[in-house]
Design a protein around this ligand. Structure first.
Ligand code: OAD
Length: 240
């Protein structure tokens, strides 16, 4: 029975909550409709901030209307159950939504940032932000106008908390990737690191990821079914 479990989630875990994924084998993901180089890079923001902010405004509004699904709730249950027996769950997400938190997960590492926060490009202050963002908004911390941006990681920027993630990987026994295509690094490389550290690896996904051959075990199906079933197998018999 694994004691320290590391779970990496991607857009697939939030798909059944109505938030789109970025890429799929049918070519219907967000990045098939929108060009990430025009909407999710620092250069795009410098060139056309209105277009970038409008893209994230739409996603923020969708998120505020979305609800966590059974997969998010199952991971919160897993955190609780492992905590009670002095084991641990490290939950790292590439998602910028807050559905893990709303399902009850207490400790979530958002390596690609958080959509419901804004960051000031001048003073770097980060704060919760639920409204649309405009180029004339004033930073509540430094009072400068025009530098607020979504607190998200764009292509060409460094993901967050990589040291913390590496420490957690080193002490884990089991690595599980849920709903991620394995196309974007460094997250796509965590499974190889996990193997190098001697962890068992498991993929839970709708369809096999690009790096599927690096997983010891594969469970294919919608996350709202596969994740609760996996959690039930792990902790169903234990006193929670
Ligand atoms: P992708 O959109 O690349 O991959 C989504 C994965 O979820 C695919 O493997 C799908 O098969 C799977 N999937 C879809 N529906 C599912 C369901 N109901 N249940 C389970 N799995 C399902 O999303 P990510 O891998 O998260 O980064 O993308 C990684 C990064 O690329 C994102 O964080 C974002 C994007 O560009 C930035 O914006 C920096």
């Amino acid at each position: 029975m694994p004691q320290n479990i590391f779970v990496l989630t991607g857009a697939g875990i939030s798909a059944e909550s109505g938030l789109g994924t970025f890429r799929d084998k049918r070519g219907e993901g967000i990045w098939a409709k929108f060009d990430p180089m025009k909407l999710a890079t620092p250069e795009a923001f410098a060139r056309d901030p209105e277009a970038v902010l409008a893209f994230y405004d739409l996603r923020r509004r969708n998120l505020l209307n979305a609800k966590p699904n059974a997969a998010h709730f199952a991971l919160a249950r897993l955190e609780d159950a492992l905590g009670k027996r002095d084991d641990s769950l490290t939950l790292v997400t590439q998602n910028i939504d807050d559905l893990h938190e709303r399902a009850g997960s207490r400790r979530v590492i958002h390596m690609h940032g958080e959509l419901l926060k804004a960051r000031c490009g001048r003073c770097e202050a980060v704060r919760r932000w639920l409204d649309d963002l405009t180029i004339s908004d004033i930073c509540p911390n430094c009072c400068d106008a025009g530098a607020l941006r979504p607190h998200v990681v764009w292509f060409g920027e460094m993901p967050l908390a990589l040291d913390l993630i590496d420490q957690a990987l080193r002490k884990a026994d089991l690595f599980v990737a849920v709903g991620t295509s394995g196309a974007v690094y460094p997250a796509a490389g965590f499974v190889a690191e996990a193997r190098a550290y001697g962890l068992r690896t498991c993929e839970i996904n709708l369809e096999a990821a690009d790096n599927a051959d690096l997983f010891d075990e594969q469970r294919l199906g919608p996350a709202s079914e596969t994740v609760p079933a996996w959690v039930e197998e792990l902790v169903g018999g234990s006193a929670e």
